[in-house]
Design a protein around this ligand. Structure first.
Ligand code: SPV
Ligand code: MG
Length: 290
């Protein structure tokens, strides 16, 4: 499974991933198919998200769910899916902790890890009330370089997530960080934004190719359009993104469905009214076996 992600990007230039946070959500990610313009399409990969892994346990995304627990969730996903997996590695921790994570992910067949340039304990990037403290780019670059040194499989990718636009330090800071991380050997750059109209993110993307040309190497570009999802996957591919991640929608969809279902059962005093909005038990059996 591990090399499939790099192969797909090399062959097609652009791929899209959907979030999973459990075996069941991974089964949905694995089996979802849709016919668009006469062509059957599916997701190319799975994003194992810190936000949705934590939320599925009823916990905040604030470096509380630890690596061992995350590895357990990843193992659930691996057990029921064949698609390549990108793991949200949060800050990656200290270089030695990052090494432990990489060793485990490679052994499990995960294709890539994304680490963000904030300091531990990080707060979720979509939380506007949280203070977002950035790591010194040189320290973060050294963590990337350490990760590249200890990686065994040449197809395993380390992707650096730049949080300048989340922390409010601007496009120039994001570009300086990109240069540090590319020089450190990173395989990809994820530029994140929590804006509805991310003009600064688009400015970064415009400057990215000239920067890479000057450095002689263009690591893949990753985007997470949660707040700016008026831009389609195709729009973002056209701009130069190589991976788009739909980072939390399966968890949010299941939360809303569970909330509505519980409410209707309480209101009506039976579960009859919710049958049309629930999968039949036979459908659950079809997915998970009997
Ligand atoms: C996640 O899905 O956990 C992410 C993306 O890191 S975000 O929630 O936008 O920070
Ligand atoms: Mg996360």
């Amino acid at each position: 499974r591990l090399p499939i992600l790099k192969e797909a990007i090399n062959n097609r230039g652009f791929i899209r991933c959907i979030e999973a946070h459990s075996g069941l959500s991974a089964l949905i990610a694995e089996t979802a198919r849709s016919v668009v313009d006469g062509q059957t399409i599916e997701f190319d990969g799975i994003w194992e998200s810190s936000l949705t892994d934590s939320a599925s346990k009823g916990l905040p995304d604030a470096s509380i769910v630890g690596t061992e627990s995350r590895l357990h969730t990843i193992n659930e996903i691996i057990g029921v899916s064949t698609k390549p997996i990108i793991v949200d590695g949060d800050t990656g921790g200290e270089p030695g902790q990052f090494q432990f994570l990489i060793e485990n992910l490679e052994r499990m067949g995960v294709s890539a890890v994304i680490i963000e340039d904030k300091v531990f304990p990080k707060r979720n990037s979509l939380d506007n009330s949280a203070a977002q403290t950035l790591e010194d780019p040189e320290i973060f670059a050294r963590k990337i370089a350490h990760g590249k040194r200890v990686t065994l499989n040449e197809d395993f990718m380390i992707i650096a997530r730049i949080e300048s636009l989340i922390a409010g330090t601007g496009v120039k800071d994001a570009l300086i960080r990109a240069e540090h991380y590319i020089r450190a050997g990173v395989d990809g750059i994820m530029i994140h934004s929590n804006q509805r109209e991310p003009s600064d993110l688009f400015e970064f993307v415009k400057e990215y190719d000239p920067l890479c040309a000057a450095l002689g190497r263009r690591p893949i570009l990753v985007g997470v359009p949660t707040t700016y999802n008026q831009y389609s996957d195709q729009d973002l591919a056209d701009l130069g993104f190589n991976i788009v991640i739909h980072a939390n929608q399966l968890l949010r969809a299941s939360h809303k469905a569970m909330e509505e279902t519980a409410d209707i059962i309480l209101k009506t005093g039976s579960s009859k009214e919710v049958d049309p909005i629930c999968s039949p038990v036979s459908e659950i059996f079809r997915y998970v076996g009997l």
